[in-house]
Structure formats: C-alpha cells, structure tokens
Design a protein around this ligand. Structure first.
Ligand SMILES: [Zn+2]
Length: 401
C-alpha cells in the first residue's frame, strides 16, 4: 500500500497563531495548517498529532494510503481512528478503504486546569436551538462559541473573506450574549477534493477542536437529525451518525457530544421562533458563497435550505420576525418556484427534515393528506415525473397558504 508521510507539527507566530505540518502526499509536497486564537497558544502542543490524524483520515482512506505521522497521539483517539471510526466511514462511503496509521508514540491527554467548554456556531437553526437548550443553565452554557473554516465557506480567498465576515458576526454576538468567540481558519478543505462538505463535516470540525489540546474539555456539536433517523448506513450526510461518531473523536481531555438529537427540525424551528436572539442573526443559507459575501442580509432566500426555512416559518406564523435576515419580498414574489425546490427534495428517499414541512402544512390545513410515501415511490420512476409531482405540490401549497 502507498504511504503518506507527515512531519511533526510546528507552531509559528506571525499575524496569526498557526500550527502546521509538511506532508509528502504520495510524492507531492503539501502542508496542512490551522490558525487559533492567541489565548490558546500555551495549550497547543506541537508534538500532538491528534488533529492531524483526524483531519487526514478520510483523505488517506480515499487515496487507499497508510499514514505515517511524526508525533504523539491520544491513546483513546488512536484506538478509535484505527477501528470503529474507519468502519463507520467505510459504511457511509464505500469508496473509503481501511488504512493503517503509524505514529511515534501514544500519550494520555490531560485537561487544562482552567479548561473551558465550547459549542459550534454557524447561526443556523441547529446552532440556535443548541444555545436555547444549553444557554439557560450556567452549568451547561458553553464558554466559547466556535466558527471554524473547515470547508463550509467555499474555497480560497472567498473562504477567507467569508470567515472574516462570520468572525465579525460571531464577535458581535458573543459580546452581546456573554460568550467568548473561538475562530479557527484552516486549509483542511484542500485535502477533501472530490468529497462533499456535507458528507464529511463532523470529522473536519473535530480535527480543528483537537488542535486546541486540553483547553476545550467539552465540545457540543449540533445535531442535524432526530434519533429515529440516526444510524450508520451509506449516506450523503455524515450527520446521520453524529451521536455515534462524535464521542469516538474524544481524547482523555476533550469530549465531543451531539446536542439537539432529541428534537425534530420542526421542534427546533418552533423553539427558536420564541428565542428572540435568533431574529437578527439566523443564517441557514447554503447559496453561492460569492453572492452571500456581497449581500447585506445573510440568507439568499431561494436555496434549498432557505426555501425549507421560509416555508416552515410561514406555516408557524413567524415569518415577519425574521424580516431582517430574509428577503421576504423575494420569497412572496417567487414563492411557487422557491417551494418547488423544496418539493423536489421532499420527493427524494430518506429526507425526514424535508418531510416535516409537509406534515406541518397538512396539520395547518394548507395541503391535503398528500400520501407522500406513494408520491416518493412514483417519483423514482423518472426525473420528469418527479418534476411534475413537485410542481403540483408547489402549486397546491402556494395557492392554499
Ligand atoms: Zn439560501
């Protein structure tokens, strides 16, 4: 089997605090790097490769190449990276092959004396529902909110600009709501060529947090799906396994936990629509990063995630509360085509979060019992039939609301 060789990480202090390592990637010279806030510098251990092994595992499995990494790794993390985690990743994506990981030494990680907790923060429904769940209790409230550039912000310069925009938003939000901002930039995404962010996001975020050593003792990662959908199977979205997978990234010092798996998408939207904090910040958009960068409002109001959110808020009677973050005029003027996008997703198999909107529409009397399972079966027959059914559903929705 081919091998990928990784040098021991080194720290550099320039404009940013940065840790990086050189990589001989099957004969090509590359480097993997990550920046972190200055206050974490004393916790970032340059001999630790916990974050490196985690970040490179999927790319190495895709390249069918063993990893030889110079440095020390957490005993617990090493065990699971070599066993259960690879098993789960292979089931989710059969193109990923079992590999071996070689490191210099194993170590037991220690929590910092003044360890802190953190929660991921993208300003989406999952993030805000996590804050609504955790934020009321001083014992559970995370100290830090983290915005990580590990691939969700597009590529190259645009990603850096997007991170800057998000960092400003996060800092403002933290000042107003008594959290501390944790902003990490990285080039982790460069190693995931050919793999979607959605299929790999949890492991990328875990890698970034592991670079901070024992400073973060608990990291909450917001769940995308509710318990009945959780499991390990071939999928386009790693989140289906989050509550199973995330704890396996834990070390002796840092624990990863999924939060919000007990709630459906609909329950989360209901929860945050009573949570005023979300009104001026909610950002669910997955539209073109270049366009989002130029826009004054965070949501494009027409991508598939915006469509789902707008419909849900409309059905709950909460649309106007979010007029600062969505273009409601655009939504009302183009409702049928925006709703059509959502209906096309509803007609795909295994889309529980998208079905929820239909169930709510039925409950509110906006749509009649649509027998969605039969429609999904019919949609499998041809793409043209799927478009036809989605169009009919969008028309019914638009005319009845
Ligand atoms: Zn959007």
């Amino acid at each position: 089997m081919d091998v990928i060789k990784v040098s021991k990480p080194r720290k550099v202090k320039g404009e940013n605090y940065k840790v990086y390592c050189d990589i001989d990637w099957l004969g090509e010279n590359k480097s993997l790097w990550l920046t972190y806030p200055k206050e974490f510098d004393s916790y970032v251990d340059s001999s630790s490769v916990d974050w490196v092994a985690t970040a490179l595992l999927i790319p190495a499995m895709l390249a069918k190449s063993d990893l030889i990494i110079s440095g020390t790794i957490s005993s617990s993390l090493y065990y699971f990276l070599c066993s259960d985690i690879q098993k789960i990743l292979h089931i989710q994506n059969p193109d990923l092959s079992q590999i071996k990981i070689h490191v210099d030494e194993m170590a037991l990680r220690c929590k910092a004396n003044d360890y802190q907790s953190a929660s991921g923060f993208s300003a989406g429904v999952d993030s805000f529902s996590s804050l609504a769940l955790l934020g009321d209790s001083q014992a559970l409230k995370p100290n830090y909110l983290a915005t990580l550039n590990v691939g969700a912000m597009g590529k190259g310069d645009n990603a850096r600009k997007m991170l800057k925009k998000y960092a400003t938003r996060l800092t403002e939000f933290c000042v107003n709501h008594n959290y501390k901002p944790l902003i990490i930039d990285s080039n982790i995404d460069e190693f995931f060529e050919g793999l979607s962010y959605q299929a790999t996001h949890s492991i990328r975020s875990a890698a970034a947090i592991l670079a901070l050593g024992g400073a973060i003792s608990r990291y909450y990662y917001s769940s995308t799906f509710e318990y009945p959908s959780i499991g390990v199977s071939k999928t386009y979205d790693m989140s289906y396994a989050d509550p199973i997978l995330l704890p396996l990234f834990s070390t002796e010092a840092t624990e990863f936990r999924a939060i919000g798996t007990n709630l459906s998408r609909l329950q989360k939207v209901e929860l945050i629509s009573d949570y005023e904090t979300s009104y001026k910040y909610l950002d669910v958009c997955v539209g073109d990063p270049a366009k989002r960068l130029k826009s004054d409002i965070p949501n494009c109001s027409q991508c598939w995630k915006c469509s789902r959110q707008l419909m849900t808020l409309e059905l709950l009677g909460s649309l106007e509360q979010y007029s600062d973050v969505f273009d409601l005029e655009k939504y009302h003027a183009n409702k049928q085509s925006i709703v059509f996008k959502h209906m096309m997703n509803v007609l795909l198999p295994n889309r529980p979060n998208d079905w929820d909107v239909i169930k709510l529409a039925e409950l509110k009397g906006v749509m009649n019992k649509s027998n969605i399972k039969a429609l999904i079966r019919a949609s499998k027959l041809s793409w043209r039939l799927r478009r036809f059914i989605a169009n009919k559903l969008a028309k019914t929705y638009t005319e009845s609301i």
